[in-house]
Design a protein around this ligand. Structure first.
Ligand SMILES: Cc1cc2nc3c(=O)[nH]c(=O)nc-3n(C[C@H](O)[C@H](O)[C@H](O)COP(=O)(O)OP(=O)(O)OC[C@H]3O[C@@H](n4cnc5c(N)ncnc54)[C@H](O)[C@@H]3O)c2cc1C
Length: 356
């Protein structure tokens, strides 16, 4: 089968690899460079997503926890287990029992993944591990395990596997239009026909459909997430609960520095994506609520942002956003949403959908 994959983020790369491994003839088109958009601007966690448990997404969390292990087994040089601590304060956003129950369920869903189990740390131990963390009303912290990755290098590693399996990767080649009936893919100055065309263009997926005159049953909302990098080497991660909100913030090891994120701000245009001043202030303010050695804008080494496409059904606007959707339109397969961690599983599901 001849397959075109449009988009060279992690979902496109893993899709190209999945088809090529099965002997299909794959062309991957990327308008810029591989792994240069959302997939490089993630929080760099291979994780099940502890907070998704609050929304009852057990299947999704379980799948992601299993996929986390797969990445670690394939490329241990680019992904390592990481313990994260969730400090619990008296009258905090989430009760101690709730966080503890969540971590026990998380561990249960990760059964077989060989990650250490979560545990409770007394306040003194927490203070030792996180010097500067405010002690007032601190009860202690729950520790649990996930994994860190170098999202850019790990994506390039996967692209290399796709190439070795025979996928042809065309960078700097924007796809202008697709035709679901004939499988035609138009780039600047050339057209080619495919048995299957996979639109995995991330935040730009809807734009490609609009240019091609294709109607989808889904609409995308783009949510920007921003991070800042600040000085300070860390061995462990920390999850802070944003006061007065259900949101959490990650404080993570980032080479010799610390990564802090993320925010959630709606945005319309996928072409420009950078943290706003308000988001940077929000991250700093939340960090300073928890750490006594205050941080300021001057201390920021760098910052970056990515866009998360949130999927909603056009016929049911109130439907909860799903993690990913695969939609078939003739020879065209549209892919919306998804997590970095589960990109391999998503690619397998795309291959299955393409066979029917
Ligand atoms: C702030 C933030 C933090 C996140 N953190 C995590 C995390 O820690 N762990 C996790 O598992 N997930 C995380 N995610 C989710 C994860 O990053 C995404 O699910 C994943 O990167 C999406 O990959 P993608 O390939 O679909 O999109 P992208 O990486 O955006 O790739 C799409 C590609 O398509 C290309 N393209 C677009 N239009 C065209 C065209 N017409 N022709 C050719 N090419 C085109 C673009 O240039 C781009 O390279 C995070 C997301 C955000 C926003």
């Amino acid at each position: 089968m001849k397959v075109a994959v449009i988009g060279g983020g992690i979902n496109g790369v893993m899709t190209a690899w999945a088809f090529a491994r099965r002997g299909d003839a794959v062309d991957l088109y990327e308008k810029g460079q591989l792994m240069s958009a959302t997939s490089r601007s993630s929080t760099k966690m291979l994780h099940g997503g502890l907070r998704y448990l609050e929304h009852g997404h057990l299947r999704l969390v379980r799948e992601a926890l299993q996929e986390r292990s797969w990445w670690l087994s394939q490329a241990p040089q680019l992904a390592q287990p990481l313990e994260l601590l969730i400090p619990i304060y008296r009258n905090g956003e989430r009760a101690k029992w709730l966080v503890g129950a969540g971590i026990r369920l998380y561990d249960l869903l990760a059964t077989g993944s060989r990650f250490p189990r979560g545990r409770w740390y007394a306040a003194d131990e927490v203070a030792e591990r996180f010097p500067g963390l405010k002690r007032d009303q601190l009860l202690g912290a729950y520790g649990y395990w996930d994994a860190r990755m170098d999202d850019y290098q790990l994506g390039l590693w996967a692209a290399e596997r796709a190439r070795e399996s025979g996928a042809r990767i065309h960078e700097q080649t924007p796809v202008l239009k697709v035709n679901p009936a004939t499988g035609e893919v138009s780039t600047d100055g050339s057209e080619a026909c495919y048995d299957r065309v996979v639109n995995v263009a991330g935040p730009w997926a809807e734009r490609l459909l609009a240019r091609s005159g294709v109607i989808s049953a889904y609409r995308l909302e783009l949510i920007r997430g921003s991070h800042i990098v600040v000085p300070g080497k860390r061995e462990q991660g920390c999850v802070l609960q944003a006061p007065g909100e259900k949101r959490i913030l990650f404080v993570l090891p980032h080479g010799e520095n610390t990564l802090l994120g993320t925010t959630e701000v709606s945005q319309a245009d996928p072409d420009y994506c950078a943290p706003s001043n308000e988001e940077i202030d929000y991250l700093i303010a939340n960090y300073n609520r928890y750490f006594s050695r205050g941080m300021s804008r001057q201390g920021i080494i760098t910052s970056f942002a990515g866009l998360r496409p949130i999927v909603a059904s056009k016929s049911d606007f109130s439907a909860a956003s799903r993690e990913s959707v695969i939609e078939r339109r003739g020879r065209l397969i549209n892919v919306f949403g998804g997590k970095w961690t589960t990109s391999r599983a998503l690619a397998e599901a795309i291959v299955m959908k393409s066979r029917h």
